[in-house]
Design a protein around this ligand. Structure first.
Ligand SMILES: [Ca+2]
Ligand SMILES: [Ca+2]
Length: 303
């Protein structure tokens, strides 16, 4: 009996070791020398999971065989909101960074994706797939659990990937127009929509000081570059014009606003080999900060 118990214990330890060993030894390289943190999604471990980069260190935050994607930290950096199809369709989940407790926030049988935090972290914005490839951005009131459409009388057939301005009552998002998508903003008090780019741009993120927008634009190389502009759409600049053979995607500002993290995948590999890079906005220097076999996307830089 005793021997049986002992061998069971040994087997459990061996199994545990074998299960967790592969993540420890597969080849990833981290060059991230910063006190701030980056959350992102990668499939190098066999399926899409959420990871945290701290100073030259990588931590795995989710461990579910389903796809865990699109992590966005709250204002205090305590919680991560993300989307996962672990319950059959994509739903919105919250992850507490300290306890690692995961809480499910939506349970609609349709897909809910691309969450972010509304002003004061009181709401979570997300995109509900209302029909195949048609998306409506919703606002979930955390205290009540009730979701409502975020945009009234929207002039777009779909809206997606909304992020609030850090100080003003304005929301930046991607809107679907004929044969493509563009970057737009919505002013909440005036209920006014403004198109900030023409077709071929997407994924706006506001700078921490609220003066600039980083976004993806396909105008120059057709593959996607990181552009920045003012919040009224003026002063557009391609920040990755020296990378004509890469898909440059998913930009996000650093907390001081002096750098941008983005994902980049070589043209010959399509959008399937994204790795993480930083761009110094002053010097223009681009540095690869995370290398791994797989696709690393949706980086979000926070404190
Ligand atoms: Ca997973
Ligand atoms: Ca769902």
């Amino acid at each position: 009996m005793m021997i049986e118990r002992l061998s069971k214990g040994f087997l459990t330890i061996l199994l545990w070791f074998l299960l967790f060993l592969p993540t420890g030894v597969s080849a990833q390289t981290v060059h991230f020398d910063s006190d701030d943190r980056i959350v992102f999604n990668s499939n190098f471990g066999g399926n899409d999971d959420i990871y945290l980069l701290t100073r030259n260190r990588l931590t795995k935050l989710t461990d579910d065989p389903a796809a865990d994607e699109w992590p966005v930290p709250d204002g205090k950096g305590d919680r991560i909101v993300f989307t996962s199809d672990r319950a059959g369709s994509y739903d919105i989940y919250l992850l507490d960074l300290k306890s690692r407790a995961v809480q499910r926030l939506t349970s609609d049988p349709r897909n809910e994706t691309c969450p972010s935090w509304g002003p004061g972290d009181r709401q979570i914005y997300y995109d509900l797939e209302v029909k195949r490839n048609a998306w409506k951005t919703m606002a979930l009131e955390i205290s009540t659990g009730i979701s409502r459409p975020l945009f009234p009388d929207q002039p777009f057939s779909s809206t997606a990937m909304a992020f609030t301005h850090p100080a003003r009552d304005e929301i930046f998002f991607t809107g679907k127009v004929f044969l493509g998508w563009l970057v737009a903003k919505y002013n909440v008090p005036s209920r006014k929509y403004t198109e900030l780019t023409k077709r071929g741009s997407c994924r706006p993120k506001v700078s921490p000081d609220g003066t600039k927008i980083a976004y993806v634009c396909h105008d120059d190389d057709g593959l996607g570059d990181v552009f920045v502009m003012n919040t009224d759409g003026s002063g557009k600049r391609n920040m990755t014009s020296g990378r004509p053979d890469f898909h440059d995607y998913f930009p996000c500002y650093s907390p001081p606003g002096d750098m941008i993290v983005f994902s980049s995948s070589p043209k010959e590999k399509g959008k399937n080999a994204y790795e993480l890079y930083t761009l110094d906005l002053k010097s223009g220097e681009v540095v690869r900060i995370f290398e791994a076999d797989g696709n690393s996307r949706f980086p979000h830089w926070f404190r």
